[in-house]
Design a binder for this molecule. Structure first.
Ligand code: HEC
Ligand code: HEC
Ligand code: HEC
Ligand code: HEC
Length: 144
């Protein structure tokens, strides 16, 4: 009897672990593999994995405006407008347009620049700064 009870306990433990594992996987679903083929055409580098959820959490203090912006209609200055977050390619094109940097520079100017900034502040910071760390071979464009 005792023996069966232990097995039962063990099985229910397994179930709990299984459920928490699957919710962990679900929480990771908010992930992009950025590859704007509509703007860039055939990509020269592999698409770039980007964990939106993890970034939003890690940058909670700075808020969504750490990455999202739009020009203020009156001043032209970049501001963050809640619920108006758009794909970067809405405004950044293949080529630089007056003061608007090209899409590639917009991504690098956001992603790489922030990681560099953070490395200066925190020695053990894990954000990538080299080409191959972001453009990982085998990664195909994907959106969720
Ligand atoms: C912190 C991450 C990051 C780093 C580091 C980085 N990139 Fe990118 N890069 C991106 C993202 C994101 C895009 C947009 C991806 C897309 O739409 O294909 C991009 C776009 C590009 C594109 C245009 C799209 C294409 O594949 O043709 C090229 C070329 C490129 N990067 C080359 C480089 C080179 C060369 C380096 C190293 C000097 C580098 N990148 C470093 C994130 C990074
Ligand atoms: C570290 C940078 C970063 C932070 C912080 C961030 N985002 Fe994003 N977000 C992105 C990038 C990059 C994309 C993909 C854009 C693209 O594909 O051009 C995106 C995509 C989105 C999209 C989809 C846009 C579209 O139409 O394709 C929404 C909505 C969004 N973010 C909302 C938010 C909100 C709300 C927050 C704050 C809770 C936030 N983001 C924080 C970088 C960020
Ligand atoms: C609604 C239009 C719009 C969207 C969407 C947009 N941008 Fe921009 N962005 C601009 C304009 C306009 C400028 C130039 C501002 C100026 O004149 O200095 C700019 C400038 C930039 C710059 C250079 C200035 C700076 O802030 O360092 C970077 C980097 C940048 N954008 C990254 C991004 C990224 C990454 C995304 C997507 C997450 C994005 N932008 C989405 C309009 C947009
Ligand atoms: C405003 C700052 C900021 C911007 C912009 C930013 N990151 Fe990050 N990134 C972070 C922080 C904070 C972490 C967490 C590092 C850690 O774990 O210590 C991180 C970690 C990462 C990591 C390693 C951990 C993971 O999630 O796999 C990757 C890859 C990454 N970023 C890619 C990108 C790409 C691609 C972009 C542009 C689309 C980007 N980041 C834009 C701040 C930023």
């Amino acid at each position: 009897m005792k023996y069966y009870f232990r097995i039962l306990l063990f099985l229910s433990l397994l179930a709990v672990v299984g459920i928490s594992l699957s919710s962990f996987v679900l929480a990771q679903e908010d992930t992009y593999r950025i590859g704007d083929t509509e703007v860039f055409g055939k990509l020269r580098r592999p698409a770039v994995a980007f964990d939106h959820e993890a970034h939003a959490e890690a940058l909670e203090d700075q808020g969504c405006g750490a990455c999202h912006h739009a020009p203020d209609p009156k001043t032209g200055k970049l501001v963050y407008v809640e619920d108006e977050e758009a794909a970067c390619s809405e405004c950044h094109g293949r080529k630089e347009d007056k003061s608007i940097p090209a899409l590639r520079e917009a991504f690098h100017g956001s992603c790489t620049a922030c990681h560099r900034e953070m490395i200066k502040e925190k020695k053990n910071f894990k954000g990538p700064t080299t080409c191959g760390q972001c453009h990982v071979p085998g990664k195909k464009p994907m959106r969720q």
